[in-house]
Design a protein around this ligand. Structure first.
Ligand SMILES: *Cc1c(COP(=O)(O)O)cnc(C)c1O
Length: 505
């Protein structure tokens, strides 16, 4: 079988100084690294101006193949090609992530044209195929655990439904997702999928997942059943790789439309939660893509904004606020750790992360903060401003979701003078958060927001740029499907429930 040529780039743990790496395949299958760290690239390849000029002639899949080869991840070409066929299920196979102009020098990178209408599809659809190919090749059964604030779950379930050697358990915070998001999970009818509501918020679901992964009795019980455990959350490096590529695609797309000239800097604004999306942009920048500022946009849970402006990451005084942009309602933002590793090395990363675990807080030195701020800016948007941004974008002929609206607001606040030409990562289609979007554009009090189904119908009555608003078929269909997964559990009941399901299945 053909492998991509050149030296294989091993992945190393963010918390381990002995640079003993593992292969990409191992890192995907066993995503938690030594000493609780995350697998990360030892080195990144460099793109020069000619490479970027050449990218102009590549299709999206060809660009993916090119970047994978440069990263030297040692993947079988046919496995990668098969995974990349996932983009055939996107709206436009020639352009799975279109860039649109919203204002002068301000663009939107639409990452929501996949089957579940959020940016998670960009990585999770091909990732699911990769993982099941690896599992099949090894003749090993895997249980994939995933915790979701609403968008990862649907994308993971869609990606893994009916896949051989794979079973998936998906945990979501009960009441913490939109109706559309919940239905996208609970109506997924495949023998290898299990969806469980958790009493608690997303951080509770994520903690439950982490403790199951680390639970030796649970792992033993799985081993007895000849099942290995893996996770599909955004800490998995297999997802991050795909998230580098669309930022490069955005840059190249703007070159193609003469909106940007070669070498000109482009700033990227990313509505951020677990920091996976913007980490992809950070890696693209490290590889030499001419990125100006990397802007982290957050919602009322603005721990990331505080961290990037002050150098102090502090959860001691905080509790999670339920906001209009729930996919960013997170306090422990996992992928920050990879940036720490990149900027300050493994030893310091371990120190900082241990401090976070023990004291729920850590602080950078002033020189460390300066280094962080060489790359990142940050600002946050409260719920009121979020509504106003949705309405303002709508006036200009763009229907944006609340997460994208957070980015749009931050773009206005930081201003073109600071950012130059700028692209906002649009992370979800409006239809996933229709009650808030409808309230914003009809000036309805959000306490009287319509339910998802009615809000979608109401929005479809509007016209935008002279055309009726379209509802994506798969979203419309959700409301007539049966909810096959209805269980709501306490986290303490998970272990037993999952093992029971495995024995039944
Ligand atoms: C997951 C998600 C985010 C946050 O992305 P991270 O990679 O976790 O920072 C933002 N918006 C939407 C709609 C999402 O689904």
């Amino acid at each position: 079988m053909s492998k991509d040529s050149g030296r294989q780039n091993l992945l190393v743990s963010t918390r381990s100084e002995d640079a003993v790496g593992v292969s990409f395949e191992e890192a995907i299958l066993q995503p938690v690294a030594k000493e609780g760290g995350l697998y990360t690239f030892q080195s990144l390849p460099t793109l020069n101006k000619d490479d970027i000029a050449r990218f102009e002639r590549l299709s999206y899949s060809e660009l993916c193949e090119d970047i994978f080869a440069r990263l030297g991840l040692g993947l079988d070409t046919h496995i990668l090609k098969e995974a990349l066929q996932s983009y055939e299920s996107f709206d436009d196979i020639t352009n799975p992530a279109p860039v649109k102009k919203i204002d002068s020098d301000l663009f939107i990178l639409e990452l929501f044209h996949g089957p579940t209408r959020a940016f998670k599809d960009m990585a999770l659809q091909p990732f699911g195929k990769l993982l099941s190919s690896f599992a099949k090749q090894k003749h090993q059964d895997y249980l994939i655990l995933t915790a979701t604030s609403g968008d990862t779950g649907p994308a993971a379930l869609e990606s893994f439904a009916h896949k051989e050697n794979i079973r998936v358990v998906c945990l979501y915070p009960q009441g913490g997702t939109s109706d559309v998001q919940r239905l996208q999970m609970t109506t997924q009818n495949a023998h290898n999928l299990k969806v469980l509501g958790i009493e608690g918020d997303f951080d509770d679901a994520q903690s439950a997942l982490k403790s199951l992964l680390a639970d030796s009795a649970f792992n033993d019980a799985l081993a007895q059943r000849k099942i290995a455990l893996s996770a599909a959350n955004s800490v998995n490096i297999g997802r991050i790789v795909f998230q580098i590529i669309y930022h490069i695609w955005a840059y190249v797309s703007l070159i193609k439309t003469h909106s940007l000239s070669y070498g000109e800097k482009l700033s990227i604004i990313v509505p951020s939660g677990n920091f996976g999306n913007i980490l992809g942009a950070f890696y693209a920048k490290k590889m030499g893509l001419p990125i100006g500022r990397l802007v982290v946009a957050s919602n009322p849970n603005h721990i990331l904004t505080d961290f990037i402006t002050s150098g102090v990451y502090d959860i001691t005084q905080r509790s999670l606020i339920k906001s209009f942009s729930p996919a960013m309602d997170i306090l422990k933002s996992s992928n920050v750790e990879r940036v720490l590793f990149d900027l300050y090395g493994a030893k310091r990363t371990k120190e900082l992360m241990q401090s976070l675990e023990k004291t729920r807080r850590y602080a950078l030195t002033s020189s460390e903060l300066a280094l962080l701020q060489e790359h990142f800016d940050a600002f946050f948007c409260d719920d009121e401003k979020c509504l106003q941004s949705i309405a303002a974008a709508f006036e200009k002929g763009h229907l944006i979701d609340p997460h994208t609206a957070v980015g749009y607001y931050v773009a206005q606040v930081l201003g073109r003078e600071k950012l130059g030409k700028c692209v906002i990562a649009s992370t979800a289609e409006w239809s996933k958060f229709a009650p808030i979007v409808e309230s914003a554009i009809s000036s309805r009090d959000t306490h009287q927001a319509l339910v998802d189904k009615e809000a979608i119908k109401a929005i479809s009555q509007y016209q935008i740029q002279g055309q009726n608003v379209c509802i994506t078929q798969s979203i419309e269909n959700l409301f007539s499907k049966t909810e096959v997964h209805r269980e709501i559990l306490k986290t303490s009941q998970l272990k037993e429930n999952i093992l029971h399901w495995l024995d039944e299945a």
